[in-house]
Design a protein around this ligand. Structure first.
Ligand SMILES: Cc1ncc(COP(=O)(O)O)c(C=O)c1O
Length: 488
């Protein structure tokens, strides 16, 4: 190796340079975290995407600069300010966690140690941490088992696909090997409010997105059992097989929790696979105050639970859990012998890739394991309770304001509402909500989302940040009124 190449490679991996940059990076991030929590910067410095796209286009760097300070400068001056300030108390948009700083440090460990995790020997500790986290989450559901009954995946969409692949295989044991064949009439019954990943999973699985039959919800946004039963009967009459019922805990648009107990009882009586998409709300299990919201969750055959939502983890980490541990192997009924050598029975229990789409994956359990170790069920439960309490507080404030309408009392931490204009048509009101949201977001005043339900548009807030105060809520209401006056 030429001397300058050798020097370059050594500089790339230099532990002392890593230490020095690391200290500076942590200082920078800690300052940024503090500023966001104290609302010392806008929640979003809006930049038009077209202009940004042009501005970021630069020639591919050819020479090594080896100047970490240069990177830190750009990070501080440009990259961080250009991002959504996730820890800002006015960040009320998506269901994404304001991540616990210690969990972020764990992700740094995961990145540098880069445990591939496909098989036990490519991440022994990583594997054991994941197994422990899966057991803890299962215990919270009420499933006590010494056997590991699930796996961590990169996100709820992939976790839903994994669970539904298992349900499909359960419905027809030869599908993995032989394809759908005469199983092409498999159907999935789910709430009209289900996350798009359910329909996407049906498409990926070759059933076609139209295999998903949307079930109407009641005024509280909960899937109606009577409608579900009728749809099941129609399927039977048409010679179609329901391979899964998917219930939400909670659904994305409104945070409503489907009636899990009655749906679960129906599924058990009719031998239907019940999948519960708890990506958003399963964390209510941590709270003594709110776990009743999820009564019946243990009746699920499969359950998805996102860590990067109400478990306050950095993205992405989701759990897919199965009531019957054996079902955790149904999704990927494949044998890749170059990976999975040796005694199948023994190996299967410890090699994660039997259960996931991912071959290489991050050591994503470390952050969850550490958070449970540091803060316990009690501490993490307090985060959930705070978020749910905040949603109730905001809904109450809006309810008492004559110029606002709340869609429904919050069941989790999502509040949908709209600002009213006297004598306005439905179209005018819809456009008004859009204008309000756009103005709030592009001025960096608040970040929130909007949702269209049955022809009506609602502003949608997700109360994730534990430090969003009642004052912030009043500021939101007053900001909306000011914009309405300006544009009115
Ligand atoms: C109910 C529900 N399921 C699944 C998902 C998808 O999860 P992810 O974004 O982790 O892929 C979401 C995302 O918001 C969700 O709200």
């Amino acid at each position: 190796m030429m001397q300058d190449t050798q020097a370059l490679l050594e500089a790339m991996f230099d532990p002392e340079a890593f230490r020095a940059s690391g200290h500076k990076l942590i200082d920078l991030l800690a300052n940024n975290l503090g500023q966001q929590l104290q609302a010392q910067q806008p929640v979003l410095q809006w930049r038009e995407p077209f202009n940004e796209d042009v501005r970021w286009q630069k020639p591919l760097p050819q020479q090594s600069l080896l100047d970490a300070d240069e990177f830190l400068k750009v990070l501080q001056a440009d990259i961080l300010p250009g991002n959504l300030a996730i820890h800002h108390p006015h960040n009320l948009g998506h269901q994404v966690a304001t991540p616990l700083p210690m969990a972020a440090l764990c992700d740094l460990v995961a990145a540098l140690t880069n445990q591939a995790m496909a098989v036990y020997e490519t991440g022994p500790s990583a594997t054991m941490l994941e197994r422990q986290v899966i057991r803890w989450l299962s215990t919270l559901v009420g499933w006590e088992s010494s056997l590991v009954n699930g796996v961590l995946t990169s996100g709820g969409a992939q976790a839903n696909l994994t669970a539904l692949l298992a349900a499909r295989q359960h419905a027809g044991q030869h599908i993995w090997q032989d394809g759908l064949g005469d199983h092409d009439k498999l159907r999935i019954l789910t709430s009209e409010h289900s996350h798009y990943s359910i329909a996407r999973a049906a498409g990926i699985m070759g059933l076609g997105a139209s295999a998903v039959i949307p079930i109407a919800t009641d005024a509280a946004g909960r899937m109606m059992l009577s409608e579900m039963t009728a749809a099941h009967q129609r399927c039977k009459q048409a010679g179609e097989k329901v391979m899964a019922v998917v219930a939400n805990a909670a659904c994305t648009p409104t945070g409503s929790v489907d009636p899990l107990l009655t749906i679960g009882a129906y599924c058990h009586a009719h031998k239907l696979w019940l999948h519960i998409d708890g990506a958003h709300g399963a964390s209510a299990l941590l709270s003594d105050q709110y776990r009743n919201t999820l009564s019946g969750i243990a009746l699920a055959d499969s359950l998805v639970w996102d860590g990067h939502k109400l478990l306050y983890m950095p993205a992405a980490v989701s759990a897919v859990l199965f009531r019957n541990p054996k079902h955790s192997y149904l999704a990927f009924a494949q044998d890749a012998s170059y990976l999975f050598s040796g005694d199948q029975e023994a190996v299967q229990n410890y090699d994660g890739s039997y259960r996931t789409l991912e071959c290489t994956k991050r050591m994503m359990a470390l952050k969850l394991w550490t958070a449970f170790k540091l803060y316990g069920k009690e501490g993490l439960g307090k985060l959930v309770e705070t978020a749910f309490d905040h949603a109730r507080r905001l809904a109450k404030l809006l309810d008492t304001a004559p110029d606002f309408e709340v869609l429904m009392p919050p069941q989790t931490n999502i509040v949908c509402f709209r600002h009213l204009i006297p004598n306005a048509t439905s179209d005018t009101l819809n456009t008004h909500q859009h204008t309000l949201r756009k103005r709030l977001v592009t001025t960096g005043t608040f970040h929130l989302t909007q949702v269209d339900l049955h022809g009506h548009r609602w502003l949608r807030t997700t109360l994730m940040n534990p430090f969003t105060s009642e004052d912030d809520m009043h500021t939101l209401i007053n900001s909306i009124r000011s914009i309405a006056e300006e544009v009115g």
